[in-house]
Design a protein around this ligand. Structure first.
Ligand code: C6P
Length: 413
């Protein structure tokens, strides 16, 4: 289906929350999409449809509602499969989000296959969700963590790849897009390097999947994690894509109902993929809602999404540095997605976020679950504007006005 025409007002009208005044009466400028995105009416309607018309548990139902909900859930899985370009829907595991997807790989693959002397390659910009699980796995297995250094502008320093990615490397795990700097990492190059040394590559797609076309076969990555709530879908649902051979070789991460083949008192055997990794009742309506979110994103198309988000990014990267006291972190526009973190001299980011909120401008402030990156930046916290295709240039201007407002409140202008 051809994407619809990009009409920003019509698109904004699809998101009921964007048109509602805030409790203080201010007009919302929602620039916190990196934390979670807003939901279009189509997703809200889908959740309602599930609960109103065919709510039931999946797979176990031998009644009409159970049949219907199972069909809908598996249709959502197939949508995710096609969206990611995966070979088969059995390679799509529903999880609660990126964090759980990464923990699944760390525990079910890492603990089984890593041993002393093996190396896990990371870098300093990773979100805690793609760092802490690997610290735990390294402790448990004796594997070592290696970190690719960053360039001064916050990109992976490729001149260190030869030194860090070696025959000892068993896993490269990397975010496709930094949730703080917006940096887009060279997944193609890292995949090639991983294959050269016989390592597995895992991509944290939490920030990239909502904003750019992802194809797990090109470059051929082994694992990909993303969260439904950042791609205009419900909370509580996420995805792990895994290559069949790897998923087959792994043991289950969590055990219980749904994931077994046969259970005896002393031992059990596992179900087929993807059930083997889906113990217990899934977030059913949320998974179906994720399918609706993917339909919605595809109805707009990544070309239009990219064009709009780059326009916003360009404006933010031009206006922020022209604003007194502002320091912007991260690389130039060719190397980043629509996320901008910054500080304002003499105003703590938490105070900034508070004052912005009075004006209706919603941003995130803090370390954004990247404490090592903030140590590297040599600041304890930043403020972050993260854009979506439904944001407008007027909202970028509202951000700049809010900075002036905060500086004025602090008697800096
Ligand atoms: N980052 C942010 O405001 P979950 O919480 O499981 O949906 O996603 C975790 C996660 C993993 N990797 C990256 C790159 C992320 O950005 C996130 C979530 C949010 O930046 C919440 S801390």
């Amino acid at each position: 289906m051809a994407p619809r025409e990009f009409d920003i007002e019509a698109i904004r009208a699809d998101f009921p929350i964007l048109g509602r005044p805030l409790p203080n009466g201010a007009k919302l400028a929602y620039l916190d999409n990196g934390a979670t995105s807003q939901k279009p009416q189509a997703v809200i309607n889908k959740l309602r449809e599930v609960y109103e018309t065919y709510n039931s548990n999946v797979h176990r139902g031998i009644h009409q509602l159970g049949d219907r909900v199972t069909v809908e859930l598996e249709a959502a899985r197939e949508k995710v499969q096609r969206f990611l370009g995966a070979r088969e829907s059995a390679e799509i595991i529903f999880t609660s989000g990126t964090t759980m997807s990464i923990n699944l790989v760390a525990n079910a693959w890492g603990r089984k296959f890593l041993k002393p002397g093996d190396e896990i390659v990371l870098n300093e910009m990773e979100h805690h969700a793609n760092l802490v699980p690997w610290q735990q796995v390294a402790k448990a297995t004796g594997a070592k963590l290696r970190f690719i250094p960053l360039t001064a502008d916050g990109r992976l320093d490729e001149s260190h790849f030869d030194r860090i990615i070696t025959s000892k490397t068993k896993l490269i795990t990397v975010t496709a897009m930094s949730n703080v700097l917006g940096t887009i990492n060279p997944i193609q190059e890292l995949t090639t390097r991983a294959k050269q040394v016989g390592a597995v590559i895992m991509v944290d797609g939490a920030q990239s999947v909502p904003h750019m076309l992802t194809n797990v076969l090109s470059p051929a990555i082994d694992f990909l994690a993303f969260s439904g709530h950042k791609i205009y879908g419900p909370t509580g649902i996420g995805v792990l894509y895994g290559r069949r051979e790897l998923l087959t070789a792994m043991d289950p991460f969590m055990c219980g109902g749904n994931m077994i083949d046969e259970v005896k008192l002393e031992s059990s055997t596992w179900g087929e993929l993807p059930s083997k990794f889906e113990a217990g009742t899934l977030p059913i309506a949320e998974a179906i809602g994720l399918g609706a979110a993917i339909d919605y994103v595809q109805s707009i198309g990544f070309d239009a999404i990219h064009t709009q988000e780059i326009k916003l990014l360009e404006r933010a990267l031009r206006l922020l540095p022209q604003t007194s006291g502002v320091t912007v972190y991260g690389p130039s526009i060719e190397h980043r997605g629509a996320i901008v973190s910054f500080t304002v001299e003499k105003v703590h980011p938490h105070d900034l976020a508070d004052l912005f909120d009075q004006k209706g401008v919603a941003v995130r402030a803090g370390h954004h679950c990247t404490m090592p990156l903030h140590e590297w930046l040599d600041v304890s916290a930043t403020a972050r504007a993260s854009f979506a295709f439904y944001n407008t240039e007027a909202e970028v201007d509202a951000l700049i006005d809010a900075i002036h407002y905060a500086r004025h409140k602090f008697r800096l202008e």
